[in-house]
Write a protein that binds this ligand. Sequence first.
Ligand code: GDP
Ligand code: MG
Length: 127
Amino acid sequence: MGTYKSQDDYDYLFKVVLTGDSGVGKSNLLSRFTKNDFSHDSRSTIGVEFATRSIQVDDKIVKAQLWDTGILLAKKAITSAYYRGAVGNKADLRHLRAISTETSALEALNVENTFTEVLTQIYRVVS
Ligand code: GDP
Ligand code: MG
């Protein structure tokens, strides 16, 4: 008999906080990754919301608890140092590009591999 894992079982739980200016696409990146969903007229997030998704890394189930910060937290106490070298969203808006590697929640571009990369790197540190 093999071991049975229910959908809720996981080996690691990592908390990932999405932060950035209002309107850059945090909520849609989150919904693209957790629900494969995109909204053209998404409402501003007010407080903090979260969604989860589990992925497999090696033979482990890594559950990501992705926190979406809203307008109340977006600017508070977060300095630009945290953003340095970070990945941007809206890669489809090429003519406005400011940095080299971006995601697009709209086109589902680099969303899967960005979150997978982040979670895998955290996993490598703690495992
Ligand atoms: P948040 O305030 O950072 O959570 O941003 P939202 O996820 O609410 O997105 C703000 C606006 O940008 C919405 O109108 C979205 O439809 C739009 N948006 C989000 N992601 C993308 C993207 O990848 N490409 C484009 N073109 N628009 C996007
Ligand atoms: Mg939002």
